[in-house]
Write a protein that binds this ligand. Structure first.
Ligand code: ZN
Length: 400
């Protein structure tokens, strides 16, 4: 826990510049509540450390104030290059970005759809990072860090993955293992938390300090941002929304427990229920079978409709419970595939409003963002930027 007030203010300033830059010092002082002389001192340290740079914002001549143009501060894009990867069940998607999270190169591979051992994951990640570096015209050693997002119970601080549907090994020191393999600092995090980080700095979360991100993919994830910080829990296990129990002794989840939300709304749960329905088991790939199930439901097949209805009911129940717990002003529902549109349909949102407590209270704003894999990978790169900046600022703390 950081107790040095100077270090804390420095981080506040860096994060303010990152979120709202380019920003003049006077606006930074207003935004953070830190006095202008302190802002001047601390931004001078960040400038010397190469984390930020001064720019003169382009102002149209008609609205330009008289006198000297105001100098603004922004994160120094060329300071570092990082890679962000999203490890999913069938793909690894990756981007190489500058220090302002601008994408310089992207690359993705198919992984075959089965959980990988630590060794297999390491080899695949190394292949992707090397290819990306080549595409960006850089050698791997010129990179500053790699950020990795994956679903499951991830202790980001210690870099340990306790459980993930992507890995067959349990309780693995993924960050250390990949770091040794790549010769680079590696930062790992739950993938939904990374979407929350990216929304916080570059998306809908720029406007509010507290919000929730619910991710809908093969599983269901949650990122919680409370008062401008991602909430991870004491051991990094917090906000495993998909494994919140919604039915005592209910359906078996792939995490090994029973009655989890995911065991009712994830793709595999729907396909398990639909297994015997005619025309669905024979439809081909999991995505094709899911599409066939949803088609059957829409065209009035009662059994298909019952399966989809149940998923909707459980999803609405889970979201209403989140609203009751956190009272967020904003919820971002994030899923790439239109296959999951039924979960964000108007009747589902209406039943959420009917279930939240207190009854009749105004519902939070709920927005739907279609994040492709590339955006998740950008979130992982943003996490790597965090990690690099944090290490540099820790050096300033001891020097201060
Ligand atoms: Zn579970």
């Amino acid at each position: 826990m950081l107790t040095d007030p100077r270090g804390k203010r420095r981080r506040l300033i860096f994060s303010g510049i990152r979120k709202a830059g380019p920003l003049a010092r006077v606006d930074l002082a207003d935004m953070t509540g830190i006095s202008q002389p302190t802002v001047t001192t601390l931004t001078a340290e960040l400038l010397r450390a190469g984390l930020i740079e001064e720019v003169t914002p382009e102002i149209p001549p008609s609205s330009a104030p008289r006198g000297r143009p105001r100098i603004a501060l922004q994160v120094r894009g060329t300071a570092h290059r990082v890679v962000g990867l999203k490890l999913a069940e069938r793909t690894i998607s990756a981007v190489l970005t500058d220090f302002r999270n601008q994408v310089l190169a992207e690359y993705s591979i198919e992984t075959g759809g089965t959980a990988m051992s630590l060794e297999e994951a390491g080899a695949a990640v190394e292949r992707v990072v090397t290819e990306l570096a080549a595409r960006a015209g850089r050698r791997k050693p010129r990179l500053s860090a790699v950020g990795i997002g994956l679903p499951g119970a991830v202790d980001g601080e210690r870099g340990i993955v306790h459980w993930s549907p992507v890995l067959s090994d349990r309780a693995v020191a993924l960050a250390d293992s990949l770091g040794a393999r790549l010769g680079l600092p590696v930062f790992v995090e739950n993938d939904a938390n990374l979407v929350a980080v990216a929304e916080q700095f570059y998306g809908a979360g720029r406007q509010v300090g507290t919000f929730l991100v619910v991710t809908i993919e093969e599983g269901v994830g949650l990122g919680v941002v409370l008062d401008n910080a991602v909430y991870r829990g004491a051991r990094g296990f917090a906000s495993e929304f998909g494994h919140m129990k919604v039915q005592p002794g209910g359906a078996l989840c792939r995490c090994g427990q029973r009655g989890c939300l995911e065991a009712y709304v994830s793709d595999y749960a729907l396909l398990r229920e639909a297994g015997d329905l005619p025309g669905i088991a024979s439809a081909g790939s999991p995505a094709e079978r899911l599409a066939a199930l949803l088609d059957a439901s829409r065209s009035g097949n009662a059994e298909a409709r019952a399966i989809v209805d149940r998923a909707e009911r459980y999803f609405a129940l889970g979201l209403a419970n989140l609203i009751t717990l956190f009272d967020p002003p904003l919820i971002v529902l994030s899923g790439e595939r239109t296959l999951h549109d039924y979960l964000v349909a108007e009747d589902v949102l209406a039943s959420i409003r009917g279930l939240q407590h207190p009854a009749g209270a105004a519902p939070p704003e709920i927005v739907v963002h279609r994040w492709g894999n590339k955006m998740w990978a950008r979130g992982a790169a943003a996490h790597a930027i965090d990690g690099v900046a944090e290490r540099i600022m820790a050096g300033l703390d001891t020097g201060a």
